[in-house]
Design a protein around this ligand. Structure first.
Ligand SMILES: Nc1nc2c(c(=O)[nH]1)N[C@H]1C(S)=C(S)[C@@H](COP(=O)(O)O)O[C@H]1N2
Ligand SMILES: [Mo]
Length: 220
């Protein structure tokens, strides 16, 4: 069964109380940090890892991990929300604000969207306007320590205001685009924009539950 169809069949958790609107509808709080991705966990020698920026830019550029570390560093503490219904509060990620990273790039004013690519063969689309918020990071650390391999070492995107599948792990390429285009999950039954507070989980209709994927989680 397709992942989107499986998640549609999950039982909807009871509404949580006393969380002051902090927990989006249909989500359950977790204190551990689940691991979710498609395929194998890639492993890198830092010297082999690069991040390429291309598409609607004046000139494509490739950054090393050292280049990223030489940029201004910021820590954000944010809640994250996975479409499989877990949310985790107060996650401290450190890295380079996307808006600071953009200072190194001459983006064509016609560009409106990016496709963010991660290993292995994962991509997701995000409007540039969303990436300019003050909580969007290219993160290398969680809780003051380098990301573990499974959580995206050496660098991942953090887009806390959208479902967590937009937060590409093992990020390798950022393509600037004029027109929007669906990424991996967006082509596979999931919502194009993915706002958890508007419960934008799926691209289609229908929302009947049972089964619960959020109980079978993996952690490191
Ligand atoms: N490269 C890559 N990034 C990815 C994924 C993936 O399969 N590949 N899965 C996404 C999904 S669906 C989620 S919920 C989060 C999970 O991040 P975590 O394992 O650190 O909790 O990573 C996102 N980033
Ligand atoms: Mo996910």
């Amino acid at each position: 069964m397709k992942k989107a169809d499986r998640i549609k069949k999950m039982r909807v958790p009871e509404a949580a109380e006393g969380l002051d609107g902090r927990l989006p509808p249909g989500q359950v709080l977790t204190e551990r940090f689940p691991i979710l991705h498609e395929g194998e966990v890639p492993q890198y020698e830092l010297s082999d890892w690069t991040l390429t920026v291309d598409g609607l830019v004046k000139e494509p550029k490739t950054f090393t991990f050292e280049d990223i570390m030489a940029m201004p560093q910021t820590t954000v503490v944010k809640d994250i929300h996975c479409v499989t219904r877990w949310s985790r509060f107060d996650n401290a990620f450190t890295g380079v604000l996307f808006s600071d990273f953009l200072k190194a790039i001459d983006v064509d004013p016609e560009a409106r969207h990016v496709m963010a690519y991660g290993d292995h063969d994962y991509d997701t689309n995000i409007p540039i306007q969303d990436l300019m918020r003050d909580d969007i990071l290219l993160a290398h650390s969680f809780d003051g320590k380098p990301l573990t391999d499974k959580h995206g070492y050496p660098l991942r995107l953090i887009v806390p205001h959208l479902y967590f599948w937009k937060s590409v792990k093992w990020i390798r390429r950022i393509e600037f685009m004029r027109d929007d285009r669906p990424g991996f999950w967006e082509q596979n039954g999931f919502h194009n924009y993915a706002d958890p507070f508007r419960e934008q989980r799926f691209s289609g209709e229908g929302f009947d539950m049972p089964e619960d994927e959020w109980k079978k989680k993996d952690y490191d």
